[in-house]
Design a protein around this ligand. Structure first.
Ligand code: IPE
Ligand code: IPE
Ligand code: MG
Length: 242
């Protein structure tokens, strides 16, 4: 049988199952190129396509992307509206192809605060792709980690669960990411060393990879390097591995 492996990207021994990405640096990328910030967000969206394809190739099964935080509402209305429109356009343009490629789309965050046309498209995309299993793509849009914990606590109280029955597992099952394994690796582009409220509950033992590269320039080779770095990490979870 012919060897189909790409010599530049030999199969990884231990690819992370679940990768989270804080797709940061679109604004600075735009500035660097003398473009408007919105152009940076568009370039960032284009980049997502190659990272999705590479995820499948590199053996990643679940990807959670941070696209809009609960704090991003603080930005000028023009930029917020631009980001909403980009989400809508991406669904319109890419859904059929994503579905064809076996991507299962999910959303984490608060959908209710988004305009009805977006809500409708997101729910349609989730429904259409729910049977796919090549790659699960969680889109964190209007997502905040603290808000997620608050919502989980509210749910637990609404369900009348007594304090004595509250465990870490139970709270995990009430997060937006219920039924998703915790992220193994969180990548942040653009060189910022902070979580910015992304998966703060789930990432308790995630490995972090931070690169100065702006998100639109984060390419397949750099993604591979991040995954390779991950496979060399010694994950101890507070214990000892020897
Ligand atoms: C990330 O890029 C995308 C969102 C936060 C929506 P930024 O817009 O934060 O880009 P910088 O950090 O200003 O360069
Ligand atoms: C985090 O980036 C949010 C997303 C990538 C969607 P920000 O640019 O909003 O984070 P801060 O403000 O630098 O912490
Ligand atoms: Mg930023």
């Amino acid at each position: 049988m012919a060897d189909t492996t790409n010599p530049q990207f030999p199969p990884l021994e231990k690819p992370p199952y679940h990768v989270g990405i804080i797709m940061d640096g679109n604004g600075r990328w735009a500035k660097m190129h003398g473009k408007h910030r919105i152009e940076g967000h568009k370039a960032g969206t284009e980049n997502l396509r190659r990272i999705l394809e590479s995820s499948v190739e590199f053996g990643v099964k679940m990807l959670t992307i941070y696209a809009f935080s609960t704090e991003n509402w603080k930005r000028p209305p023009f930029e917020v509206m631009g980001l909403m429109k980009i989400l809508e356009d991406v669904i319109d343009r890419e859904l059929a192809e994503l579905n064809k490629n076996g991507v299962q789309l999910r959303h984490i965050g608060i959908l209710e605060k988004l305009r009805p046309s977006i809500r409708k498209k997101v729910l349609h995309a989730i429904d259409m792709t729910k049977g796919n299993d090549r790659l699960v793509l969680n889109v964190a849009f209007n997502y905040g980690g603290r808000q997620e914990i608050v919502d989980a606590v509210k749910c637990v109280i609404d369900e009348g669960i007594p304090a004595g029955q509250i465990t870490e597992e139970l709270l995990s099952q009430h997060m937006y990411t219920a039924n998703c394994p915790d992220p193994d690796l969180i990548i942040r582009t653009s060189g910022e060393f902070r979580t910015s409220n992304f998966l703060i509950w789930q990432a308790a033992y995630a490995e972090y990879y931070i690169t100065p590269t702006y998100w639109p320039d984060f390419d397949k080779a750099e993604y591979y390097k991040a995954l390779q770095t991950f496979s060399q990490r010694d994950r101890r979870y507070g214990g000892r591995n020897e």
